[in-house]
Write a protein that binds this ligand. Structure first.
Ligand SMILES: [Zn+2]
Length: 339
């Protein structure tokens, strides 16, 4: 059986959704709000072991807020990271699959409730209470996310790291997630073009037979965090057959507009944007520095501009909440009607 051509997968999905799709928001922030303790290098992946019900709850909150795409809790879940915690290869692979299963369970629960028309658990959920197409994306964080030393936000991996090292690092996790029942793989917060190249080669070498999106982060509006130009990174993504969308995540809203223009120059694949709240992350202290963020209303005021610039999938990354997603969903559904 040959490889399917996956490049139009998201474009087809967008047509089902009426032109625009809503991505979910931050996971860690919400897990903490529900009482999870994430003070661990495995971060939200720790909940896979200790409290999967909380993860399912957060997925459900986002579906209820209008999300069409929910992203699994595997961002920082790596087989190497699990092994360092005494979790065997076999158990680690089971946990990766579990992260996708939990998201799929949330989708089933959502669809059941929507079909029955009962939404007792959610006081103000009635407006979004309808069956709609939902995708489960399996998250893959960068090598820097595994290091948990803030290098995902600098993109600087040092001379010892090559495309080959990165491919070997990601290989098994990508294989496992490709066979986990997820609809696509979301490569998130990619900090440099070397890692994008590694992903593209890996997808091809391993003949990964589900679609993927590549999403990059930036702290200046022109380059990704490691200093490579957004344009170059988007070109690498564009030339990969399995890549069905290209985007920007975990980046302050004020930088997004310029980055969209760079991506637009090199691809006709759908453009994905899910920024953080605009606050900055202190990699040393491992905490978010408040006060530099934008208010919810400001965040949402960008949505129309991003759509005008050619974006069709919008959500939120770190420090965004179901409230943010509900607001985005409102804007996008009013635009959808005009399609
Ligand atoms: Zn983020």
């Amino acid at each position: 059986m040959g490889l399917k051509i996956w490049s139009t997968f998201l474009a087809d999905f967008l047509r089902q959704c009426g032109g625009y799709a809503v991505i979910d928001g931050g996971l860690a922030t919400e897990l903490e709000r529900h009482g999870a303790d994430l003070n661990d290098p495995l971060w939200s992946a720790k909940c896979l072991v200790s409290s999967p019900h909380l993860i399912r709850r957060v997925h459900l909150d986002y579906l209820e807020a209008g999300a069409n795409i929910i992203i699994s809790s595997s961002y920082q879940a790596t087989l190497q990271g699990f092994e360092e915690k005494g979790i065997s290869r076999e158990e680690g692979e089971a946990l990766l699959k579990r992260s996708v299963e939990i998201a799929r369970e949330a989708r089933n629960i959502y669809n059941d409730r929507a079909a029955k028309g009962s939404w007792d658990d959610f006081a103000d959920g009635l407006s979004n209470l309808k069956c709609r197409p939902v995708l489960v994306a399996a998250s893959v964080g960068s090598y820097g996310a595994y290091l948990a030393d803030g290098s995902e936000y600098s993109g600087i991996y040092g001379d010892a790291i090559s495309v080959k090292t990165l491919k070997d690092f990601h290989r098994r996790r990508v294989q496992v997630l490709a066979n986990s029942g997820a609809d696509l793989i979301a490569f998130e917060t990619t900090p440099n073009k070397m890692e994008a190249q590694a992903y593209a080669e890996l997808l091809e070498e391993e003949a990964i037979n589900i679609p993927a999106w590549f999403s990059f982060s930036s702290k200046d509006g022109t380059n990704v965090v490691g200093g490579d130009s957004m344009l170059e990174c988007a070109s690498i993504a564009d030339s990969c057959k399995q890549v069905t969308g290209i985007g920007i995540n975990c980046t302050p809203p004020r930088y997004i507009q310029g980055l969209i223009q760079s991506i637009r120059k090199v691809t006709s694949k759908p453009i994905i944007v899910y920024p953080n709240s605009g606050e900055t992350y202190d990699g040393e202290k491992k905490e978010w520095v408040a006060s530099t963020g934008v208010a919810e209303e400001d965040f949402v005021s960008y949505v129309d501009k991003w759509c005008e610039a050619g974006v069709s999938l919008i959500g939120g990354c770190c420090r965004t909440t179901p409230k943010t997603i509900r607001a985005i969903s409102k804007v996008l559904s009013s635009r959808s009607h005009r399609v």
